[in-house]
Design a protein. Structure first.
Length: 416
């Protein structure tokens, strides 16, 4: 039987847990907010800290609100009023920078809040267990049934509701949904179970598309199956072709703001730009008009194909997409580069890529992080190599979750 403790919550941690103390131990409490007194069940014991989960709210914070989704492990901050979410995310970014870069004065801008705290997601990856369709429960592989998800764009909610009316049990193990925020339609990707017959899958996909006006197509894994295998969306004046497996920012409105922040930070006027971890070219293609040449490096081949086709469709001729892992590719590129954009996945930049960037010695770098806890690790060698942080701009792409995107501009001060 797990022990329970009562404690005051004094702060918020990277990852979204409330922080309190029990004797000499720090306690990270899932579901608790600063200013609350809670009763919590201990789930982990370590030498210097405990982890716990709220079981009773003894004194609620004024920022606590009623959740919209129950259960809703994929929206772990939905019990927090949105203005407070924005404030807490700013605190998390500042705390992580102070923790890992304690000797540097860093100008941190206010968090750019999302215009729509709900109904913003343009994609979803859902799991299937028999007739149960939904997300995994936190920390498990258990599928929690999802009747609806108000985080999704309307086209995706319609598509999800239509699928739930069909007989999919035994045929699929996963479904990926993607919507065009600009044009208001959706497409879907099915991952079949090992025993699923192709004709049965075709009947499911055909019935789904026929019963869902906003569903333009369904793929079987990456194979075109019924209707179109792509979604088209517009970002920063560029129309993108998107395969269902290619990465594209989930929050369209905030992605627009991110491109604007990066463009303003670099103030480009010719020269060469390197976009590492480029994906489909979310930065490379909109910024192409400001540079003489752009090199976009991306490991996922379908995203490279999407980027190349989008460049053709938009008559952009000065962007070269290279299919390869950034940590193996960038060191072999010919310079010079006048600016570099680093937008790595959640695990951050590979050390070999950081070394290659330092060797290229671009005057400016924009580093974009979706994990505040790794910012210090990735930036430390750049700072040691003579770069200086000019500003930090957090952007909330993920309302109702503790995740935060952070844009950091660095310039070289070598020789100054």
């Amino acid at each position: 039987m797990h022990d329970t403790i009562e404690l005051e919550i004094e702060g918020i941690a990277q990852g979204g847990d409330g922080v309190g103390r029990h004797g000499d131990l720090v306690v990270f409490v899932t579901g608790a907010l600063p200013g609350e007194r809670v009763r919590a069940t201990i789930t982990e014991r370590h030498t210097r800290f405990l982890r716990a989960t709220v079981c009773d709210i003894l004194r609620a914070a004024p920022e606590r609100v009623e959740p919209q989704i129950k259960p809703g492990d994929h929206a772990p901050w939905q019990h927090i009023a949105y203005p407070a979410q924005v404030r807490y995310k700013g605190i998390i970014v500042a705390d992580q920078l102070r923790k890992f870069l304690p000797d540097i004065t860093i100008p941190i801008q206010p968090v750019i809040a999302a215009p729509h705290p709900w109904g913003y997601r343009n994609s979803a990856r859902l799991h299937v267990d028999g007739a149960t369709l939904g997300y995994h429960a936190a920390g498990t592989k258990t599928v929690v049934d999802l009747a609806d998800d108000p985080l999704l764009l309307p086209a995706l909610r319609d598509t999800l509701r239509s699928l739930r009316r069909l007989a999919f049990a035994g045929l699929i193990k996963e479904v990926t949904l993607r919507a065009s925020a600009t044009y208001g339609y959706a497409a879907a990707r099915l991952s079949p179970t090992p025993d699923a017959e192709r004709h049965a899958l075709w009947r499911l996909a055909t019935a789904w598309k026929a019963s869902t006006p906003v569903l333009a197509g369904v793929t079987l894994e990456d194979e075109p199956f019924v209707g179109t295998p792509f979604v088209y969306d517009e970002l920063a004046g560029v129309i993108f072709r998107l395969s269902l497996g290619s990465f594209f920012q989930v929050n369209h409105a905030q992605a627009e703001r991110m491109v604007a922040v990066v463009r303003d930070a670099l103030a480009p006027h010719g020269g060469r730009l390197l976009d590492a971890y480029s994906g489909v070219g979310s930065f490379a293609l909109p910024l192409a008009r400001c540079y003489d040449e752009v090199i976009a490096v991306e490991a996922y081949q379908p995203a490279v194909e999407d980027g190349r086709q989008s460049a053709i469709d938009n008559q952009i001729t000065n962007v070269q997409f290279i299919n390869g892992a950034a940590e193996h590719t960038v060191a072999h590129l010919s310079g010079p580069f006048h600016a570099v954009i680093l937008d790595p996945p959640r695990r951050g930049c590979h050390p070999a890529l950081i070394e290659a960037i330092i060797a290229h010695a671009p005057p400016q770098i924009v580093y974009i992080s979706c994990h505040p806890g790794l910012i210090g690790r990735d930036l430390a060698p750049l700072l040691a190599a003579g770069y200086q942080i000019t500003f930090v701009q957090p952007v909330d792409l993920f309302p109702q979750t503790p995740h935060i995107e952070t844009i950091i501009h660095l310039r070289s001060v070598v020789g100054e």
